[in-house]
Design a protein around this ligand. Structure first.
Ligand code: FAD
Length: 462
């Protein structure tokens, strides 16, 4: 498993830092910004050539609402990023307080500039390979990149890989998938179509008689449009899907989950939250990830043909981009000092060390419609909190986790996994690391109540 100083004696040292963030995704980019702002030497290591992770690399461009009566439940750096995106008109405001249908290219730039301004350093194209342990403490990692293998030493490490790669190599216990079946939530391999006449498409969707056009974003030329089709749910596109299946353009599985959004700042484009891939969906299995890309690209060709043939406004559409990253909803969940449960979510539990608030429903995608329970919502006006202890993994020191691999049950993770919560976890982990360095104590001993106070002083809604 993990490496020791002896194992890595022959490796060159690439960097020595105070706070190391592994994975520059939804949680990791924010962790890097918050860590940089502490003044401690911070490095973010990312396998891709940009930050944002699932938001940018998997093209998951709508931020789901986490709000009560239009008032967002997350503040801090999450709110700052959304403000910057809105100032660029690269993020649209949707109904119900949803602050973000955003342009992923702009988000890459916004996050990168915020990271550099914070004083954090970035290392792209570097894959976390293993962890370096000394007496039960994470003291660094080994990365692989074009220069070969090298060591990065850190006084504190935040695992923001989404899959808990660092924590697992360090020996932290974890769970994965639905406890009843062992199966993870389905993947999606998202894509964009360009050269779409959105006004004509919007007019066509309106003519079907269901309000699927939301509003015109202030200052944007793009109608914010959303439509979907899931067999048997009454979506107005269902007859067209049936016809397309009968005519051999689509396969029946293409109607298990079809969803489309527009994006602020990108007139003429549609972003697809599909194809959804079920079956072999372990996000830590490279064969499953490979198969998902292959199946995904085949399905995209079918959706492209469907849109061109059946949807007015899409006759001349072309494929702009397929997501470089497979969209992984859920994989390994670390076991931490506290495991967030379904009851915590649905009963709206608050914690003295709460570091984020959530009221997004439990949203578990099931492989087929017979197995789908739909969204399980909190009582109206209610929210729950995520305690700091969900970021503190068992059994190893100087390490925190942030993002969708937090310590939670399958059902609870199905609720808190949305982007604004991942960002809030990233910020909390970084601020905790700063406090742990200030006090020269392990992050496990950071007082969660004091952490909460500090987050509030930095703009968190707690
Ligand atoms: C298909 C899909 C649809 C979704 N829809 C929505 C939605 O509409 N709204 C919403 O709010 N949320 C949605 N979510 C949930 C949300 O987007 C994710 O849960 C969240 O973005 C995950 O953030 P994260 O920081 O945990 O992981 P990520 O954002 O994936 O970040 C992990 C980062 O670590 C990097 N990395 C991983 N392993 C290594 C390694 N070994 N070495 C170096 N770097 C590494 C990755 O490249 C990535 O940049 C959706 C998720 C999916 C998959």
């Amino acid at each position: 498993m993990a490496l020791t100083f002896t194992d890595i004696a022959a490796l060159p040292t690439l960097a020595e830092v105070d706070i190391l963030v592994v994975g520059g995704g939804t949680a990791g980019a924010v962790a890097g910004i918050a860590a940089g702002r502490t003044g401690y030497r911070t490095l973010v290591v990312e396998q891709l050539g940009y930050v944002g992770g699932t938001q940018t690399g998997a093209l998951v461009t709508p931020m789901m609402p986490n709000q009560i009566e239009g008032v967002p439940l997350n503040g801090g750096i999450d709110a700052e990023i959304n403000r910057r995106m809105n100032d660029l008109y690269e993020s649209g405001v949707w109904q119900d307080g949803n602050r973000g249908w955003f342009n992923p290219e702009s988000l890459k730039w916004v996050l990168e500039e915020m990271l550099l301004a914070s004083g954090a350093q970035l290392l792209y194209y570097s894959f976390f390979e293993d962890v370096i342990l000394a007496e039960g403490q994470v003291v660094g990692i080994v990365v692989t990149n074009k220069a070969g293998r090298s060591a990065i030493f850190a006084r504190r490490t935040i695992d923001a890989t989404g899959d808990g790669d660092v924590a697992v190599r360090a020996g932290v216990p974890f769970a994965s998938g639905d406890p009843e079946t062992g199966v993870n939530q389905p993947f999606s391999v998202r894509f964009h179509l360009g050269n779409v006449d959105l006004q004509r498409l919007a007019a066509f969707l309106r003519s079907l008689g269901r309000s699927e056009i939301l509003l015109e974003a202030e200052g944007s030329q793009v109608p914010l449009l959303h439509t979907a089709m899931v067999w048997g749910r009454g979506w107005t596109l269902e007859p067209l899907f049936q016809q397309a299946v009968a005519e051999g353009v689509l396969l029946p599985e293409d109607g298990e989950y079809f969803q489309v959004f527009t994006m602020a700042g990108r007139p003429g484009e549609l972003a697809f939250n599909c194809p959804r891939i079920s079956g072999q969906v372990d996000g830590t299995n490279p064969w499953h990830l490979t198969q998902a890309q292959i199946l995904g690209r085949r399905a995209m060709r079918r959706y492209l043909a469907f849109c061109r043939r059946y949807l007015p406004g899409c006759e001349h559409a072309y494929l702009v981009l397929s997501a470089p990253l497979v969209g992984v909803r859920e994989s390994r969940r670390m076991v931490g000092e506290y495991v967030l449960t379904e009851a915590d979510v649905l009963e709206g539990r608050k914690f003295p060390d709460g570091i984020a608030r959530n009221n997004y429903p439990i949203d578990i995608h099931r492989p087929t419609k017979d197995q789908r329970p739909g969204l399980t919502r909190l009582p109206p006006g209610e929210y729950h909190e995520i305690p700091y202890r969900c970021l503190v993994p068992l059994g190893v020191e100087q390490l925190l986790v942030a993002g969708r691999c937090l310590s939670a049950t399958f059902a609870a993770q199905g609720s808190v996994r949305v982007q604004s919560n991942c960002r809030a976890m990233g910020e909390a982990a970084a601020v905790a690391m700063g406090m742990s360095l200030d006090a020269q104590i392990p992050p496990r001993q950071v007082d969660g109540v004091q952490l909460r106070q500090k987050l509030i002083s930095q703009g968190a809604c707690l």
